[in-house]
Design a protein. Structure first.
Lengths: 253, 300
C-alpha cells in the first residue's frame, strides 16, 4: 500500500504548484550562487588561477544560497502537501481506507523528498555547469562537490521531515511558514556561529556545518564539512520522524 | 435476521466525561438503521468507534461477526464504506481525480468506480474540480468513494447536514436504492423525520445512552400516549383524577402514563364522583413527539 500511497501523493501535487516552487528553489539557488561568484571582485582572473581555488568560491556561494532559500521553500512545499489533508478531510479518508495518518505522512516524505533530492542534485549540477561555462580552468573537485551536495541533501530532507510533521500536527499553516522564515534568520546567524553552537540549532544550523568553504575577502577559504555531524543529524531526523509518525498513528480521529 | 454490527457495553470517556455509555447496538444485516439523537448525544463518537477510528474506553465492537480493533481494522474496513463528519475530497482535484486516488489506494477495478459514480449519479460532473461542487455533489462524491469498494456496510454520519430540501430528498432516495441493492446502511441524524422515511430500524441515543432500539412500530407500541377525557365538569374531573396526575388542559382533563386497567379505574372514579364523561381517547402522537419525550429524559 505504501507504493500506492506515494503514487497518490504525486497525483495530489497536480495544481498544488509544488513543481513551480521546486523550480524556483533550483533556479533561485543556481542564480544566487552564480551571481555571488561571478560578481566577486577579480573573479575573471581567479577563474584562470587554480591556486586561488575558484571552485571553492563557487561552492561557498552555493553553500550560502541553499540555506537562504531552502527553509522557506521547503516549508511551503510541506505546507501545501499537508494542508490539503486538513482542508479535504483527507486524514479521515485515508484512515477509513486503511492508511493511517503516520503512514500517510511517510508517503508524503517519500514523494516530496524525492523531488527535493532531485532539486538539490540539479541545482548542484547547474552551478557546476555554470562554473565551467564561466571559464573556470582549475580541475573540478568532484569528491568535495559531491560530498557537499550529499550533506546538503541530508539537511534538506531533515528540514522537510520537520516541516511535514509540523504541518500535520498544526493545522494553521502560517505556523509552518513562520518557522521557515525564522529558519532563514537562524541559518544567517549559524554561518557566524562556531560549529559546536550551530549543532545546537538543528536542522537549520547544519547547513553551515555542511558547507565546505567560506567566502572571505581574498576568495574562498576551504574547510572541512562536518560530515559526521550531518550524518548524525540524518539519523536523528529519521528516528524522530518515525517516532512522530508512529505517534500520529496512535492518535484518535 | 443476522446482525452485521453488534456492540457490548460500548463506552467512551474523555477524562471524567462519559460521551457514550454502555451501548448495546444490534444492527440487522440488510436494514437501514437510523441512528438518531440530539447534537452531542454521542452519535459520531459511536460511529467512529464502530470503524475503530476511536478506541472504546470499555466494551467491544463486532462487525460482520469479527471483533473490530486495530489488528482487524484494515481488513474489515475493506468491506465498510463510510462518510464521517464532512465529505472528504481534495478541492483542487476533479471528481474523477479524487475517485482515482481511492481506486489506486484500494486497488479497485474501473468497473467498481464506474458503478459507484453512476449509483450517486455524478457521472456528468466528474471533470469539474471539487472546489466548484455544491455541498450535495460533495456528499455524493464522498458516498461514491465509500461505495467504490462495494461494501456490505455503509456508515453515514449526518449525510443530509447542510443540504437543501431537494438534496435531502435525493439523499433519501439514494439510501433507499443502496438498501434495495442489499447494502446495510447505518445513517445518523439529529432529525428524526429525516431518517424516519428511510430507516427500517431505529436506534435513539440521548446523553450517550441508547434510549430505544427497534422498529418504528415497536417504538409506538412501547409509548403510552396521554389519556384525554372530555367531561361535563372539567375542574371537578381534574381534581378527581389528581391521584393519577390528572391536569386540566384547555377544558380537557389530561392524564399521563395510564395503561388500559388504570384508564378504566379513572373513568370509574369519575362516574362515582357523578361527573358526566363525554369521551375518553388517547392523544395522537407523532414519532417526533415520542422522540422528544425520549431525548428529554421522560422515557417511554
Amino acid at each position: 500500500m505504501t507504493g500506492r500511497a506515494v503514487a497518490n501523493e504525486f497525483a495530489k501535487m497536480r495544481r498544488l504548484r509544488v513543481a513551480p516552487v521546486i523550480a524556483v528553489l533550483v533556479l533561485g539557488v543556481t542564480a544566487l550562487s552564480c551571481l555571488t561568484t561571478f560578481t566577486y571582485p577579480g573573479f575573471a582572473d581567479m577563474a584562470q588561477d587554480p591556486a586561488r581555488r575558484p571552485w571553492s568560491l563557487l561552492l561557498a556561494s552555493l553553500g550560502l544560497a541553499v540555506p537562504l532559500l531552502s527553509p522557506v521553500l521547503l516549508a511551503v512545499v510541506a505546507s501545501r502537501q499537508v494542508d490539503i489533508e486538513h482542508q479535504g478531510g483527507g486524514w479521515l479518508l485515508a484512515r477509513t481506507s486503511g492508511l493511517s495518518p503516520g503512514r500517510l505522512c511517510r508517503a508524503k516524505l517519500a514523494a516530496t523528498g524525492s523531488l527535493v533530492v532531485a532539486a538539490t542534485l540539479l541545482q548542484s549540477l547547474l552551478v557546476a555547469v555554470a562554473g565551467v561555462l564561466a571559464g573556470i580552468m582549475a580541475p573540478f573537485p568532484a569528491a568535495l562537490w559531491l560530498g557537499s551536495t550529499a550533506l546538503v541533501t541530508v539537511v534538506n530532507l531533515a528540514l522537510l521531515a520537520f516541516h511535514l510533521i509540523l504541518a500535520a500536527r498544526v493545522p494553521n499553516q502560517l505556523v509552518g511558514i513562520g518557522a521557515g522564515v525564522m529558519g532563514v534568520f537562524v541559518v544567517l546567524a549559524a554561518t557566524e556561529m562556531p560549529a559546536w553552537l550551530a549543532r545546537l540549532v538543528p536542522p537549520w544550523g547544519y547547513y553551515a556545518l555542511a558547507n565546505p568553504a567560506e567566502v572571505g575577502t581574498d576568495g574562498a577559504a576551504p574547510g572541512e564539512p562536518a560530515a559526521l555531524s550531518v550524518v548524525l543529524l540524518g539519523a536523528a531526523a529519521c528516528a524522530v520522524f518515525l517516532a512522530a509518525t508512529a505517534r500520529l498513528d496512535r492518535q484518535e480521529a | 435476521m443476522s446482525t452485521i454490527i453488534t456492540t457490548h457495553s460500548l463506552t467512551k470517556s474523555y477524562g471524567d466525561r462519559t460521551v457514550v455509555d454502555g451501548l448495546d447496538l444490534r444492527v440487522p444485516e440488510g436494514c437501514v438503521y437510523g441512528f438518531v439523537g440530539p447534537n452531542g448525544a454521542g452519535k459520531s463518537t459511536t460511529m467512529k468507534m464502530l470503524l475503530s477510528l476511536v478506541r472504546p474506553t470499555r466494551g467491544e465492537v463486532r462487525v460482520m461477526g469479527r471483533r473490530m480493533d486495530r489488528s482487524t481494522r484494515r481488513e474489515l474496513l475493506g468491506s465498510i464504506g463510510s462518510l464521517i463528519e464532512t465529505p472528504p475530497a481534495y478541492a483542487h482535484l476533479t471528481g474523477a481525480e479524487n475517485m482515482r486516488l481511492v481506486q489506486r489506494l484500494l486497488r479497485l477495478g474501473d468497473g467498481r468506480v464506474d458503478r459507484a459514480v453512476r449509483t450517486v449519479r455524478l457521472q456528468d460532473h466528474l471533470d469539474k474540480r471539487v472546489r466548484a461542487y455544491s455541498l450535495g455533489m460533495k456528499q455524493r462524491l464522498g458516498i461514491a468513494m465509500a461505495l467504490a469498494r462495494e461494501p456490505r456496510l455503509l456508515v453515514l454520519d449526518e449525510p443530509a447536514n447542510g443540504l437543501d430540501p431537494a438534496g435531502i430528498d435525493e439523499m433519501r432516495h439514494l439510501i433507499k436504492r443502496l438498501a434495495d441493492d442489499g447494502i446495510t446502511v447505518m445513517v445518523s441524524s439529529h432529525l428524526l423525520d429525516e431518517v424516519d422515511r428511510t430507516a427500517t430500524v431505529l436506534g435513539i441515543l440521548g446523553g450517550g445512552r441508547l434510549l430505544f432500539q427497534g422498529t418504528r412500530d415497536e417504538l409506538f407500541s412501547r409509548s403510552v400516549p396521554d389519556v384525554l377525557i372530555d367531561t361535563s365538569e372539567p375542574e371537578r374531573a381534574a381534581a378527581a383524577t389528581e391521584p393519577w396526575g390528572g391536569t386540566l388542559d384547555e377544558g380537557t382533563v389530561r392524564v399521563p402514563g395510564l395503561d388500559h386497567p388504570a384508564t378504566a379505574e379513572v373513568v370509574a372514579r369519575l362516574v362515582d364522583a357523578r361527573v358526566d364523561v363525554y369521551g375518553v381517547r388517547r392523544e395522537d402522537r407523532s414519532l417526533e413527539d415520542v422522540f422528544m419525550d425520549l431525548t428529554r429524559g421522560r422515557g417511554l
